[in-house]
Design a binder for this molecule. Structure first.
Ligand SMILES: [Zn+2]
Length: 81
């Protein structure tokens, strides 16, 4: 029964959202690009997971390092209430 439910969910979500950074190759993921990074950070300051942001593995990795760097130099908060 459990497998049946899982399969139904999978079929519904076959089309993947294309990665925003792959579409526009001019955009480089940078820790200084705070307004763009903020789009990939939740209200509480957490990095949005790939399955929600729709980024590819490569760009998601670049994004996480960028966000972490931005946090260290206080461009982004670690936790925001
Ligand atoms: Zn990408």
């Amino acid at each position: 029964m459990a497998t049946k439910v899982k399969r139904a969910v999978k079929e519904r979500r076959t089309k993947r959202k294309p990665c925003n950074f792959c579409i526009d190759r001019a955009i480089a993921v940078s820790y200084r690009d705070v307004p763009r990074l903020k789009k990939y950070v939740s209200e509480r300051g957490k990095i949005v997971p790939r399955r929600i942001s729709g980024n590819c593995a490569k760009h998601q990795r670049m994004l996480t390092t960028a966000v972490k760097r931005a946090r260290l130099i206080a461009f982004l908060p670690f936790v925001s209430e």
